[in-house]
Design a protein around this ligand. Structure first.
Ligand code: COA
Length: 352
């Protein structure tokens, strides 16, 4: 039997820098309610969202992902030629071919390295963190640029009460690389295909037609364009989250070897401020422990939400580089990923 070469990497991995891009257009609850049958108060009370960013004009998924990635690179101090792989976590890159990461990498000035998209819904960034740190530990890459970027509003029906007020657009990124002490715990990650249909799209690409039950083109007078959109059975996701996520969080802390008392920051996916408050309480984290609440002005940006929330906390001083943070991503799939990390240094101020 031949013995084929293997690789060995660096066991200790950390996030070395962070960057973000928030689209220019701010959309308030009042603006959403110009089309949606809801009220600004209902939206704020049930989701915690006051406003969100929607992409417009010269912004695209490709451009916002590249800007966030370039900022993370600059803030990490790692030279572009040292990046060995680029991972783009997204559910809103609109072509199957070509995929997004190679073009985004090229725009940042990184060409020739492995670059691929990773789709795991709102759990995408956590999955990316597990894959990127695994690559560095296994020796297939030394530095990885990990980007979470979404233009969720391309697939949102502005009249759908289950999604229209929730989702927003944006991009966040981190550079991962070897570190003196380890800053990324093993992931506690998983999926539940039995509940896959709880978050779905309404277009059947195989038969090239809308799924009749989810077809929302109901009023040709006022809404003449049928559009592919996302359907979310919110209460069903809420119930799944209540059972699955507390276990994932406890296991993530246990597997990290860090005591619960040593967790300094909680950065859950920004899906719903009420879910996050409940998780914090149920986990027994101190009431005054800083918790991300970027959803208030950013909405739910799916795979971009964790790096965006992390960047916001570091930029505003709510959290500091080197602090121990508990992360949890969850959403379509249904999928989830929890990790304990040390935070990267605060980003340099940016002009958007
Ligand atoms: N505006 C005003 N009223 C609305 C509304 C809206 N957008 N959506 C629903 N309602 C009404 C319903 O008609 C219902 O009225 P009723 O009590 O008279 O029947 C009431 O509000 C409650 O509806 P429900 O669907 O149970 O709302 P909710 O409190 O569960 O909130 C979500 C809806 C989507 C905000 C919430 O379920 C959620 O955030 N779920 C989890 C999402 C998530 O984690 N996703 C994973 C990551 S993407």
């Amino acid at each position: 039997m031949v013995n084929i070469n293997t690789t060995t990497g660096h066991q200790n991995v950390a996030m070395l820098g962070i960057g973000a891009y928030r689209p220019k257009r701010v959309v308030t609850n009042a603006e959403v309610c110009e089309v949606l049958d809801s009220t600004p108060e209902w939206i704020e009370e049930r989701t915690g969202i006051k406003s969100r960013r929607w992409f417009s004009e010269d912004e695209t998924l490709r451009s916002i992902a590249a800007t966030a990635g370039a900022r993370a690179l600059k803030n990490s101090g790692v030279a572009p030629e040292k990046i060995d792989a680029v991972i783009l976590c997204t559910s809103s890159w609109l072509t199957f071919v070509p995929n997004g990461a190679p073009s985004v990498a090229y725009d940042i000035g990184i060409n020739g390295v492995p670059a691929f998209d990773l789709t795991a819904g709102c759990g995408g960034f956590g999955y990316g963190l597990a894959v990127a740190s695994g690559m560095i530990r296994g020796g297939t890459a030394e530095h990885v640029l990990l980007i979470g970027a979404e233009t969720m509003t391309v697939g949102i029906n502005p009249k759908d009460r289950g999604t229209a007020m929730i989702f927003g657009d944006g991009a966040g990124a981190v550079v991962l690389g070897p570190s003196e002490v380890n800053g990324v715990s093993p992931a506690v990650w998983g999926s539940d295909g039995e509940n896959a249909s709880a978050i779905r799209q309404n277009f059947d690409f195989l038969n090239y037609q809308f799924v009749a039950a989810d077809y929302q083109h109901k009023d040709p007078e006022t809404d003449p364009m049928p559009r592919m959109s996302m359907i979310m059975e919110g209460p069903r996701v809420f119930r799944w989250a209540a059972i699955t996520l507390p276990r994932a969080l406890s296991e993530a802390i246990e597997n990290s070897g860090v005591a619960k008392e040593d967790i300094e920051v909680f950065i859950p996916h920004q899906a719903n401020a009420r879910i996050n408050e409940l998780m914090k309480q149920n986990l027994g984290l101190p009431e005054d422990l800083p918790m991300a609440n970027d959803i208030e002005t950013t909405g739910n940006t799916s795979a971009a939400s964790i790096p965006l929330a992390m960047e916001e906390m570091l930029r505003t001083g709510k959290a500091k580089g080197g602090q121990v943070a508990l992360l949890l991503g969850f959403g379509a799939g249904l999928s989830y990923s929890g990790q304990v990390v040390t935070l990267p240094p605060a980003p340099a101020p940016e002009e958007d």
